[in-house]
Design a binder for this molecule. Structure first.
Ligand code: F3S
Length: 89
């Protein structure tokens, strides 16, 4: 079974530098408010924080997006078979 990951974007911290959308355009796009969005994101809370998954997203390209972010507002959680989440980034 492929690993599942949940990507979390802390939009309150995002400064809109667009590195994520540049290195990982399959999963990240820039929004009209100047901050990025996860493609097909599921909005949570007040909409300032967005999550996707658990889905079988490509870990490597999202890891690259997280690494490119200067304010570290992209987080990746591994979803275990028992449903528990393990924060990787
Ligand atoms: Fe925002 Fe970081 Fe992307 S600041 S636009 S999440 S690289």
């Amino acid at each position: 079974m492929a690993n599942k990951y949940k990507i979390v974007h802390d939009r309150e911290v995002c400064i809109g530098c667009a590195a994520c959308a540049s290195v990982c355009p399959k999963y990240w796009i820039m929004g009209s408010d100047g901050k990025s969005n996860i493609v097909n994101a599921i909005k949570t809370g007040n909409g300032e924080e967005e999550t996707i998954g658990p889905l079988e997203v490509d870990f490597d390209s999202n890891h690259e997006a997280a690494d490119s972010c200067p304010v570290n507002c992209i987080h990746i959680f591994e979803i275990k078979e028992d449903g528990k989440e393990n924060k990787l980034i």
